[in-house]
Design a protein around this ligand. Structure first.
Ligand code: IPE
Ligand code: IPE
Ligand code: MG
Length: 240
């Protein structure tokens, strides 16, 4: 079925609803995140199979730091465990790993682990998996603005040189194209400060299941929906 479909080059996903999934099963919340990690693996595998080149997974937002301290500690513990244990699998599957977000907010050992994983996987030629960690769309734009302002201060560029392209080049996502497709699970209809600049012309698909219940089949269905969309980028009148 998938063969005749228009496959997005870059899919961005808001993996939401892990907590509600666990709660519905009377499980500890962290069990929802563990199940979510398994779903992410299945979805990345399917995405690679069907030829998606970049997949960006909203894993931890800049606002999520403000959740209860116990939750944050447990979640970061799981993240650390995942990063420690996934390198062999990433190499075996030829995955290139990238991280976007403000990594300076993480402990030094985590920052080092992230840099090490990016370095070790940088020459892999399969799918690029982009983890959004401590990521916020507004914060991304803020940090890009700061970098550009510093270049103006130093006289490297003039303020009139600031173009949309220059802003794009200074965002965390400078190495990949804008997402073609956004998928959000959990039934909530919002983007929660995800890739705000980058999703100006992205097609949105909202799915009514919790993230741990999302898998290869649901990804195929979302792509089927995406395939039926007509992207116009403001360039055509529908009536014409
Ligand atoms: C999404 O699951 C993952 C993160 C935000 C880290 P949630 O923890 O937001 O789960 P719900 O939305 O509360 O069910
Ligand atoms: C978005 O989900 C962030 C991640 C999936 C990591 P949230 O659960 O944090 O978003 P809100 O609070 O429902 O807007
Ligand atoms: Mg949520």
């Amino acid at each position: 079925m998938i063969l005749n479909l228009n496959i997005p080059k870059h899919a961005a996903i808001i993996m939401d609803g892990n907590g509600r999934w666990a709660k519905a099963r009377s499980l500890p919340i962290i069990a929802g995140h563990r199940a979510g990690e398994k779903a992410a693996e299945d979805v990345v595998k399917r995405a690679a199979e069907i030829g998606i080149e970049y997949i960006t997974l909203f894993t931890f937002s800049s606002e999520n730091w403000q959740r209860e301290q116990d939750w944050v500690e447990e979640f970061i513990g799981l993240l650390r465990w995942y990063l420690q244990h996934s390198i062999d699998k990433l190499m075996k599957n030829n995955v290139r790993l990238k991280v976007i977000g403000d990594r300076s907010t993480f402990a030094k050992d985590l920052q080092d682990m992230i840099a090490d994983m990016e370095n070790r996987t940088q020459n892999n030629t399969g799918i690029t998996v982009i983890l959004a960690l401590s990521y916020g769309g507004r914060d991304d734009i803020r940090r890009a603005t700061q970098k550009i302002a510093m270049d103006v201060e130093k006289g490297i560029i003039r303020s009139e040189d600031i173009t949309e392209d220059l802003i794009t080049q200074n965002l965390d996502t400078h190495f990949c194209p804008d997402p073609d497709l956004l998928i959000r699970t959990s039934g909530d209809l919002r983007v929660s400060n995800y890739l705000l600049w980058q999703m100006a012309y992205t097609e949105y698909v909202f799915v009514d299941c919790f993230w741990p219940d999302f898998g290869a089949k649901q990804l195929d269905l979302a792509i089927e929906q995406y395939s039926k969309r007509h992207r116009r980028y403001g360039l055509y009148s529908v009536a014409a």
